[in-house]
Structure formats: C-alpha cells, structure tokens
Design a protein around this ligand. Structure first.
Ligand code: ZN
Length: 349
C-alpha cells in the first residue's frame, strides 16, 4: 500500500486534482436533476478514509491505492429527489479493476458465499415464494431473470421450484459458475430479446453509473404482466451519517456508511428516492400479497453472533406485524435494505 498522508490537517485542496481514474458527475443519477448540494468531501489519502479502504479491501483482493491518491470522496444530495450520490465515480476501466481485482472473485466467494447460514437462504426463499406466487403461472411457465446474479444462489431457488432461469453478470468467474449450475447466462445486449415474468435486481443499482438507463433497458424485457423486484441498501438517515462521517463504523453500527460505501455504492437510495426512480421509468408499484412466514428453520444456532441473532429475530418477529398494520405498503424497510416490487405502467393519481 502506498504511504498515506500523515495527518488529517495535512490535506491540501489540490489533493483532489488528479481525476484520471474518475468521472465527475454533473446531475443526479436517480432523477436527472442538475440541482444538488455537496454534503461532504474528503480525500482518499486522508488518514481515516485510507484506513477504511485498506481494511475493507486488503483481505478481498489486490488493490492499488495509487489510483486514489489525488482523488476525493464527495457525496452530494439531490435537491429534487433527495437521493444521495457520489460525485466522483470510478471510470469504466477502473470500475472493472475494482470488481475483478480489488474484489477478487475467488477470495470473496470463499470469504462470504461459503459462510452463509441456512437462515440466509430461508429469507431468500420467503421472497421467492411471494414473488412467484404473485406471477400467477405454473412454475414451469415462469421465466425468471436475475440482473447481476452474483453466484446464482437466488436463481437456483427459482430453478429448484421449476422455473426457467436466466442471469447476467460482469464477472467471468461468476458467469462460468452459473453456466455450470444450468443457468442461462445473457449478455447485456441479449436481455431485450426476452420477456420475463419476474426480474430481480438485488443490490445492483447502487453500484452502477446509470441506474435509470439500466432500469429502462430491463423494463423492455418485462412481460406484459411481469413484475420486477428491486432491492438496494437503505439510505434513510444518510445525511446524519455523512455529518458524523465515522469511517471506523462497521456494517452493524448505527453510524455505518455502507449505504454510500466509497467507490462501490455510488448511488444511495432512500425509499422515496427509489420510488422516484421507478416512477420516472414508467413503472408502477405492485403490492405483493401477504403470506405467513416459515419460522421453522430459524434456529439461533445458525447465527454465529449472539447479539446479531437476537436483533434479527426481533426484526423477524416484528415484520409480519408491521405488514399487517400497513398491508398496502409496498416499500419494505429494515436497517440494511429497501425493496420495491413494480410492474409496467404509470401510477394512477
Ligand atoms: Zn434526484
């Protein structure tokens, strides 16, 4: 790792002068407005941010801090949709390097994919069950597409229920893995040749430079009665978090900046901003029917961390109550993610 700036006070204005690996945005990626306000700016070479970068990436792959030395993390808030976004985003080549080398696919697979407890897949299955039931067809007639499918585990649940499954990924190792699982892998240009009953976009739109354009592209692949599920990190309260700017806060901390993680979560959606994006794309919120949740497999022994387990179990217990009180609420919230399910058509006001 390159030597870091010695002090917080040592940061100079011109430390953000070299942007050869970045693109500077000039409008809100969520609603397109060019009216926004800068909320915070900090050089990547600052002690606190460089330490965060080092700790975040050092065990996930090989990273090159030189590319960040003269760049700044800058967060701005849109005055129209109130979404928050990073103003300086990695360019296409640097983005590919981050997702292929800084986040080495095999290392991250071993670190995260192999550590997921059964409860993780039960949660996935609950969602799949609700979504597929809402499609209203026999599983063998349902075509499902997962945009940014990762290692394909969500699609495998759909496949296990009998659906025809398709997915896309940028990473070659993940594509190869998916082909081995019997998933039909599509390139971006091939997506619009299909009509899917269910499209899943889970933890993807926060990573991309152009979420609106991608949503329009995927909308073109939605069958007339199809539904699309979008899930992104929940950016509620991000203004407070940016004011505190605690780079030592981990993902479970109330001060976590994960929703706007430097270099990766370049778009930060509140539920309202996500709603604005889907409205802009001409999609209508679709209210999923409620079903009882399967509780049987939620065993505390599956969770390695006691406090996380208690916290999650309380949330799990509260969620059906929340749904019962506000049954028409399509945007579901918890501390980490916000989901919305949409279908074709403009909302009726
Ligand atoms: Zn906006």
């Amino acid at each position: 790792m390159t030597e870091l700036s010695p002090t917080k006070q040592g940061i100079k204005i011109d430390s953000c002068s070299d942007m050869k690996y970045f693109i500077k945005r000039t409008s809100c990626p969520i609603c397109g407005s060019s009216s926004y306000e800068q909320k915070c700016s900090i050089p990547y070479s600052s002690v606190e941010l460089s330490k965060y970068i080092y700790e975040f990436y050092s065990n996930q792959g090989s990273f090159d801090f030189n590319k960040l030395m003269k760049a700044c993390f800058v967060a701005a808030q849109c005055n129209d949709c109130l979404g928050v976004f990073q103003l300086n985003i990695p360019n296409e080549i640097f983005t590919a390097e981050i997702y292929e080398k800084w986040l080495d696919p095999i290392k991250t697979y071993n670190l995260f994919e192999t550590k997921k407890p059964v409860g993780y897949y039960v949660d996935y299955l609950q969602g799949v069950f609700r979504l597929l039931t809402s499609v209203g067809k026999l599983p063998s007639d349902i075509q499902v597409f997962d945009f940014g499918m990762g290692w394909g585990s969500w699609l495998m649940l759909c496949k296990g229920l009998g659906c025809k499954v398709f997915g896309s990924e940028l990473c070659e190792a993940r594509k190869k893995h998916a082909v081995g699982l019997g998933i039909q892998v599509l390139e971006y240009s091939q997506i619009s040749q299909h009509k899917f009953d269910l499209i899943n976009i889970d933890q993807v739109l926060e990573h991309v430079a152009n979420p609106y354009e991608i949503l329009i592209h995927l909308k073109g692949a939605l069958a007339p009665n199809g539904i699309m599920r979008i899930a992104v990190p929940n950016g509620n309260g991000i203004e407070r978090l940016l004011a505190v700017m605690d780079w030592t806060a981990d993902k479970s901390s109330p001060n976590t900046l994960n929703a706007i993680a430097p270099l990766e979560h370049i778009n930060c959606f509140t539920p309202k901003a996500l709603r604005k994006l889907v409205d802009r794309a001409g999609l209508t919120v679709f209210n999923l029917p409620n079903y009882p949740r399967m509780e049987i497999l939620h065993s505390p022994t599956m969770e390695p961390r006691l406090f996380a387990s208690i916290n999650n179990r309380v949330k799990e217990r509260m969620r059906p109550i929340y749904r019962k009180i506000i049954p028409s609420k399509a945007v579901e919230r918890d501390s980490l993610s916000t989901d919305i399910v949409v279908k074709l058509g403009r909302p009726r006001f």
